[in-house]
Design a protein around this ligand. Structure first.
Ligand code: CU
Length: 152
């Protein structure tokens, strides 16, 4: 067997790169994760600012249901007037899908227990008109399809 001298078996190692320095690594982690957290937080705050929430006021007893139809690209009636605590049933009688929403487009407001969702032709979305006031409504897919809900 050949004898290997200490010099041959221990070649010079290159100088450690700065990334191997633990302080540099911590600073990089901090910058990367900090940026991710700041960007996510910014979007969460922006979403909260852009969405106004109108909190539901409990109804002592539920009243009858009123249908608010969408057909031929129009809300029928254009202005729906209901009494507080009536159930409003938005009914898509159009030939295309509709996505009814309250508030101005594209910001919207979250009205009481109304949950925005896509309505295919024939589908409906019901909620309780629990807060009085005048609320603009529109189809989020076609904002010119619009109406107004008045709750007294
Ligand atoms: Cu919209």
């Amino acid at each position: 067997m050949e004898n290997i001298s200490a010099e041959q078996s221990m070649p010079d190692l290159p100088a450690p790169s700065p990334i191997h320095n633990r302080y540099v690594r911590w600073i990089l982690y901090f910058l990367v994760y900090g940026t991710v957290i700041v960007v996510f937080g910014y979007h969460l705050i922006l979403h909260a600012i852009n969405t106004t929430k109108v909190a539901a006021i409990p109804c002592p007893s539920l009243r009858e249901t009123v249908s608010w139809k969408i057909h031929d690209g129009r809300f029928e009636p254009p202005t729906l007037t209901v009494s507080r605590c009536q159930t409003v049933k938005i009914l898509n009688q159009d030939s295309v899908s509709r996505d009814p929403a309250f508030g101005p487009h594209p910001k919207h407001i979250v009205y009481g227990d109304f949950h925005e969702r896509l309505l295919r032709p024939g589908q409906a979305n019901s909620f309780t008109a629990s807060i009085t006031g005048t609320y603009p409504a529109h189809d989020h897919l076609e904002e010119t399809v619009a109406g107004t809900m008045v709750v007294r």
